[in-house]
Design a protein around this ligand. Structure first.
Ligand code: ADE
Length: 227
């Protein structure tokens, strides 16, 4: 898989991909992540990529020209399965979406900034708009990092224990059950007896019941949806 990220702040994305699982996935050749500076596609002598909004609302708008030039340049080299725009008013990012994106070959992510991009970018150049939550970040870079991380860890061969992704919260529509490790008794705070019983069937039942209880309490809508 290849993920291209287009941003006005490439420095913000230097560190998130250089550690742990995402770094290992790149070293193993499972994913190539390439960050591009949108300013490299500006023809302005000050490398500007934004301008005032026609509507007069406060804040700058990202111009269509450098974005179109950058996307066209990248599209000449490969076909993208999705061209994603990160924005607070995008489709809410979910595990299901991460699963779907992890099956793709080439993704391009455009990071929003300022008041956002000229609407014509969204209308004509973007295939998917994603929000990572109902709050506003200073830019779409952290959202791009979140999406990339969630997708890359699903690529076969990325996690050392392949089962780990399957037992994640959300993967079966439920939150994960609580986990414990040694010591069995710490300052009188005890690990539930059943987990020490060695009875696999009982333990599995307990984990499922805990997962359902947690989901009911913290994400009741997951139990109601039939997705
Ligand atoms: N850019 C600013 N806020 C964002 C959010 N919540 N999700 C995606 N991109 C954003």
């Amino acid at each position: 898989m290849r993920i291209d990220i287009l941003t006005v702040l490439p420095q913000l994305l230097e560190s998130p991909f250089n550690y742990s699982i995402v770094k290992r996935a790149q070293e193993k050749g499972l994913v190539e992540i390439v960050v591009h500076n949108l300013r490299d596609f500006s023809t302005d002598k000050h490398r500007r990529v934004d301008d005032y909004a026609y509507s007069g609302i406060a804040g700058m708008v990202m111009c269509i020209e450098p974005i179109d030039r950058a996307i066209s340049f990248l599209k000449e080299q490969r076909q993208y399965d999705e061209i994603i725009y990160t924005s607070p008013d995008g489709e809410p990012f979910t595990q299901k979406m991460a699963n779907q994106l992890s099956t793709k070959k080439n993704l391009l992510i455009l990071c929003g900034h300022y008041k956002g991009v000229d609407q014509r970018v969204r209308d004509h150049l973007i295939t998917k708009e994603i929000s990572i939550g109902d709050y506003v970040l200073t830019g779409g870079e952290l959202a791009a990092a979140v999406i990339t991380d969630a997708v890359v860890r699903l690529l076969p061969g990325t996690l050392s224990d392949e089962q780990a992704a399957l037992t994640d919260s959300f993967q079966d529509g439920l939150l994960s059950p609580p986990v414990y490790t040694r010591p069995a008794n710490y300052k009188g705070w005890k690990v539930p007896e059943v987990l020490l019983s060695g009875n696999t069937k009982l333990i599995e039942e307990w984990c499922l019941q805990q997962a359902i209880e947690r989901t009911k309490r913290l994400r009741p809508y997951l139990l109601k949806s039939d997705e």
